[in-house]
Design a protein around this ligand. Structure first.
Ligand code: TYM
Length: 332
């Protein structure tokens, strides 16, 4: 790999990503490939921290892989792989877990949320999830991690773990920096714009899936919750409109001022329709590319096998050094 800064990021295999995943993270991964060495991963090991149907998990993982390619991740330029194919993540996770405090993990807001939502299965994997995430990043000594705002706390923990390891065993890990886009880092639910758009939302109208067809996308935007005002403008307290403006700005590249003048004197109905059409048009190529790629199982397999080989080779060098640093005996 050329001597450029290294990017690492991952996404859970929910099969089809939400517009939040797309705008907050995945769409930024594509242009980053031009400037950086990029390593991207479908994190199936993270997914089993909540109960999964094995048949669906396998299918969703393959679909997520194809979907990342459809979103422009180029397996010639970047390393794209499936987490469970690369054993170094789990190996490093044990060592980093021994350098992470119970108290630190207890403070993770995502753990608190998820353990409430899955109260009948608060397993230890759910608790140590952020350690595996730190391992994903540190196994490659990544410089930058492009994520949405909701992952910021996990990333800060990864930095703290790296720092603690460096203090105990001598400088080794880089401290990974979050890379969070200015606009769209937190896309909100269409039905409750004070809440993050999330795949786990029970109301399907709250969430745009990037493989939704055009009619569905427009219908969901038409039903989006806004306010009793009529003016399309970005202001405090107008959470629904602010969210729609953010989404529209992300897919059209227009500024908020441009959007405000485009819709001045027009009602929310016109604006919602325009947002729906812009999003559907923007996502149309992703849908068709996904259909093409997911039909070609042999090609996908070749890509993920090669991706895993490259990721293993890269991370093995780093994890072997970690083994030595903590005092494990060389096997050979
Ligand atoms: P996950 O799968 O929940 O989400 C993938 C990415 O999408 C972003 N995101 C959002 N951005 C804006 N608005 C939203 N409504 C929204 N919803 C999700 C997330 O911030 C994320 O960037 N733990 C991670 C996956 C992971 C990872 C890693 C990420 C595992 N190992 C190492 C970076 C580096 C997760 O569950 O993301």
């Amino acid at each position: 790999m050329e001597d450029k800064k290294l990017i690492f990021s991952g996404i859970q295999p929910t099969g089809t990503f939400t517009l939040g995943n797309y705008i907050g993270a995945v769409r930024n991964w594509k242009p980053l490939q031009e400037e950086y060495n990029c390593i991207y991963c479908v994190v199936d090991m993270h997914a089993i921290t909540v109960r999964q149907d094995p048949v669906k998990l396998r299918q969703n993982t393959l679909n997520s892989y194809a979907l990342l390619m459809a979103c422009g991740i180029d397996t010639e330029k970047s390393i794209l792989f499936i987490q469970s194919h690369v054993k170094t993540h789990a190996e490093l996770s044990w060592i980093l877990g021994c350098n992470t405090q119970f108290g630190e993990l207890s403070r993770m807001t995502q753990f608190k949320d998820k353990s409430q939502r899955h109260a009948d299965d608060v397993n230890s994997g759910l608790f140590t999830y952020p350690v595996l995430m730190a391992s994903d990043i540190l196994a490659y000594n990544a410089d930058l991690v492009p994520v949405g705002v909701d992952q910021k706390q996990h990333l800060e923990l990864a930095r703290n773990i790296a720092q603690r390891f460096n203090q105990r065993y001598g400088d080794f890990f880089k401290l990974p920096e979050p890379y969070i886009s200015e606009i769209g880092a937190k896309v909100m639910s269409l039905q409750d714009p004070t809440k993050k758009m999330s795949k786990s939302d029970e109301n399907p109208n709250a969430v745009i899936l990037i493989l939704d067809d055009k009619d569905t996308i427009i219908r969901k935007f038409k039903r989006a919750v806004t306010d009793s005002d009529t003016e399309v403008c970005y202001r405090e307290g107008k959470d629904g409109i602010n969210n729609l403006m953010t989404i529209y700005a992300s897919v059209t590249g227009k500024s908020f001022a441009e959007i405000e003048s485009e819709f001045s004197g027009k009602g929310y109905g016109d604006f919602k329709l325009a947002v729906g059409e812009a999003v559907a048009d923007h996502l149309a190529p992703v849908r068709s590319e996904f259909a093409r790629l997911s039909a070609d199982k042999a090609y996908l397999k070749k890509c993920y096998t090669q991706g895993a080989e490259k990721a293993l080779r890269y991370s093995q060098r780093i994890v072997s050094k970690v083994y030595r640093k903590v005092g494990f005996v060389d096997r050979t």
